[in-house]
Design a protein around this ligand. Structure first.
Ligand SMILES: *Cc1c(COP(=O)(O)O)cnc(C)c1O
Length: 764
């Protein structure tokens, strides 16, 4: 979520009044804003997407809740010590959190472990351990519409009799100490991005949020006119019409067997009825096709923690496979491929398969990704139910990612096209009219320059590093991952460095290369990449032959509040993942909206950015998905590129020989070995095209006017990437709900004065 204060003021239309009031008190609002901790309750793009969706749903007047876990420790704070990443606990609640309200009246029990008893009356899950889920609510205000939605995050609490009833009788002190065991469930966020780690505590977290949330939803349904009946039993027929649950990846996949358990075991609905209601309630968003990221929980672990859910998953699978077998007789291989259960070695549950089977809609997050989902990763499922598969291209909220972070640009745009674009970002196309307006071009360039100076001052103040604000700010910020290819950027830096040294008098377009992002603490290669970037920076930044032509900065602790500072100051946005690996990306959209040009591959939403702006207005290079597939078929041989490209050879040899790590020449052996022998992301194969494309970038940067015109064409084409557009599509195609642009009257202008007044006649 990042910070809340400024976003709240903007969405409530109070920013100027608050700035003024605080100024009158002799304070500076920007300084106050800096005191707030980021809520860092996610890992990267996926969690930030959910945050943008909350803003858009409130702005579009959709009655939606965002559910999650109130981690006591969010994503770690990253420190760089001697060039290495060091993790520090994110104790974000230390000074309290004024934006949340505990709601103990809505606390709910969540069960774990135990066993299942079967009788003619049905299945019963007994002898369980109970953990309480205490909800904390955070308001989510819509933009200028007097609507406030709720983000509800669950915190784990031990019941008061925890451990005292059964085995720990007599040891009161130990029983109190052991309350931690239950409360550890919401202690800390697992820091992996795009990587599955099959730990028991993680499975507990996933079931914890799901079980509490479904009870909360069913409680509200029963309290509504749709759920309340005269008879003893609730009628659930209208449940899917009243409730839509969007699964943000497979992390909440256990919601599917959990809702079945509630319907069948507790509410006593027949299986077929329960299954029909369940499928019509859920929809699933796939966020990645990287095999190491797909959740495949060991059956043994699920059997221990959630024995009844395992039985239900087996029953779902049996019926699912019977159905396939009836359609494709004697196709055993198809049954194996489509099973929810993977046999051979450790028996595992394929959670994506469970989500597809248990949902009425499945979507990818960009056109190219949705195609890969449909034609490659889940081909068999799409063949079975083609109508189920959809695309919903991601977006970002223009409130945080333009108004809040780049007020200069937002105002400049408003001067030209009015303020309505904030709610309807497609109106940015009106800027096309001003592409040749010299004054506007100069003003856009001026705002960028001011943002760059401001960011340079921030770096100087916080980190004592000086950068040249007239150099090109070339920025690569996102989680550190091999598929995102920060290593390719690093090879380009080394190549530029060698060129400067080879011919110091030759014209060189000055660059400040800024790379930032967290490595998962257990991801060795990602941590080595950070160390390498810092080692290269050390050499480049201290070489007198380089001077101010080239600077390399590793940006410590990249997070939402830092993104808000660096993105508006960026000239060049690096979006260079191997084609077919980045599902969408949203960082790419933030940069486009804030007047950076993109150097990127035909991957994720880059493809649609090029489609919207015209390919000639982005720096597109390298292999397409088809080229990657073809290279895989032929067999990728990194050595060939090394032998053929002298500048690549030089850069690699320098890393290998310890040029950047003289005290420890073998430091980067693992990196080099990976690049030559098991580089799944084919860095060498795109190196040449990347370097050539970067030359074109530098050439255009020399012509400030041409550069800024291209920037304007990009901003004018960024309208599609508002998360308001994305959410309208989810609402129309999946949830079947109507957005509303009604502005609810504020409380001091009551719709019905009589109704809203207290007995003594004052406004309520
Ligand atoms: C937007 C954002 C991301 C996602 O960036 P990608 O380039 O799409 O991976 C990650 N982290 C933060 C802090 C962000 O704001």
């Amino acid at each position: 979520m990042g910070r809340t204060l400024q976003n709240t003021m903007i969405n409530l239309g109070l920013q100027n009044a608050c700035d003024e009031a605080v100024y009158q008190l002799g304070l500076d609002m920007e300084e106050l804003e800096e005191i707030e901790e980021d809520a860092g309750l996610g890992n990267g793009g996926l969690g930030r997407l959910a945050a943008c969706f909350l803003d858009s749903m409130a702005t579009l007047g959709l009655a939606a809740y965002g559910y999650g876990i109130r981690y006591e420790y969010g994503i770690f704070n990253q420190k760089i010590r001697d060039g290495w990443q060091v993790e520090e606990a994110d104790d974000w609640l230390r000074h309290g959190n004024p934006w949340e309200k505990a709601r103990p009246e809505y606390m709910l029990p969540v069960h774990f472990y135990g066993r299942v008893e079967h009788s003619p009356a049905g299945a019963k899950w007994v002898d369980t351990q109970v953990v309480l889920a205490l909800p904390y609510d955070t308001p989510v205000p819509g933009y200028m519409n007097n609507t406030v939605n709720t983000m509800r995050l669950w915190s784990a609490r031990a019941p008061n009799d925890f451990n005292l009833r059964d085995f720990n009788v007599g040891d009161y002190i130990q029983a109190v100490l052991d309350r931690n065991l239950a409360e550890n469930i919401s202690r800390v966020l697992y820091p992996n991005d795009n990587f599955f780690e099959g730990k028991e505590l993680r499975l507990k977290q996933e079931y914890f949020v799901v079980a509490a949330t479904l009870q909360d939803i069913i409680r509200r349904f029963k309290a509504s006119k749709f759920g309340s009946t005269d008879t003893v039993r609730t009628v659930f027929d209208s449940f899917p019409d009243q409730v839509a649950i969007q699964l943000n990846d497979t992390h909440p996949a256990m919601a599917i067997p959990e809702l079945m358990r509630i319907f069948v075991d507790i509410e006593k609905l027949p299986w077929d009825k329960a299954w029909d209601l369940t499928k019509r309630t859920f929809a699933y968003t796939n966020h990645t096709v990287l095999p190491e990221a797909l959740e495949r929980w060991p059956v043994d672990l699920v059997e221990k923690l959630l024995p009844r859910h395992l039985q239900i998953i087996y029953e779902i699978n049996q019926r699912h496979l019977d159905h396939i077998a009836s359609l494709f007789p004697n196709d055993v291989d198809r049954l194996r491929r489509m099973s929810l259960i993977e046999e051979g070695g450790t028996k595992r549950i394929n959670m994506a398969h469970l989500c597809i089977v248990g949902s009425h809609a499945v979507n990818g997050v960009a056109k190219i990704h949705s195609e890969i989902v449909k034609t490659q990763v889940f081909e068999d499922f799409a063949e079975l139910e083609p109508e189920k598969f959809q695309n919903k291209t991601n977006g970002i909220t223009p409130r945080r990612w333009l108004l809040l972070c780049n007020p200069g640009l937002a105002e400049l745009i408003a001067e030209k096209i009015g303020e309505d674009y904030v709610r309807d970002l497609s109106q940015l196309t009106k800027l096309h009219e001003f592409v040749d307006d010299d004054l506007f071009i100069r003003e856009v360039a001026k705002v960028k320059q001011e943002n760059k100076v401001k960011f340079a001052l921030y770096l100087e103040k916080e980190y004592k590093v000086k950068i040249n604000p007239s150099s090109m700010f070339d920025v690569h910020v996102k989680r550190i991952h091999e598929y995102k290819r920060q290593l390719m950027n690093c090879l380009h830096i080394i190549t530029m460095y060698n060129r400067i040294r080879r011919d110091p008098t030759k014209l060189f377009v000055p660059r400040t290369v800024i790379i930032g992002g967290k490595a998962a603490p257990g991801y060795h290669m990602a941590k080595m990449i950070i160390k390498l970037i810092n080692a290269v920076a050390q050499v480049v930044n201290n070489d007198p032959m380089v001077g101010s032509k080239l600077k390399v900065i590793f940006l410590e602790n990249y997070r939402v509040s830092l993104a808000e500072k660096v993105i508006p100051a960026t000239d060049l946005s690096e979006q260079i993942s191997t084609a077919g690996t980045e599902a969408s990306g949203t960082g790419n959209m933030k940069f486009m909206l804030n007047g950076a040009l993109t150097i990127g591959t035909m991957d994720g939403a880059n493809v649609e950015m090029a489609e919207e702006a015209g390919e000639e207005n982005l720096f597109i290079f390298g292999m397409r998905v088809e080229d990657v597939t073809e290279l895989d078929r032929k067999g990728y041989n990194a050595q060939l590129y090394y032998d053929r490209l002298p500048e690549l050879k030089q850069a690699v040899d320098q890393i290998k020989s310890g040029f950047f790590s003289p005290k420890e020449p073998n430091l980067f052996n693992d990196v080099i070995n990976m690049l030559f022998h098991h580089d799944r992301f084919k860095v060498f194969a795109d190196y040449e095209a990347y370097v050539k494309c970067q030359e074109k970038v530098s050439e255009l940067y020399l012509n400030s006017k041409a550069w800024t015109k291209m920037v304007i064409r990009n901003i004018a084409a960024a309208g599609k990437f508002s998360s308001d557009r994305t959410i309208k599509e989810y609402a129309r195609d999946i949830w079947h709900v109507e957005p509303s642009d009604l502005k609810i009257p504020p409380p001091n202008e009551p719709r019905d004065a009589a109704q809203d007044k207290t007995p003594n006649g004052t406004a309520a």
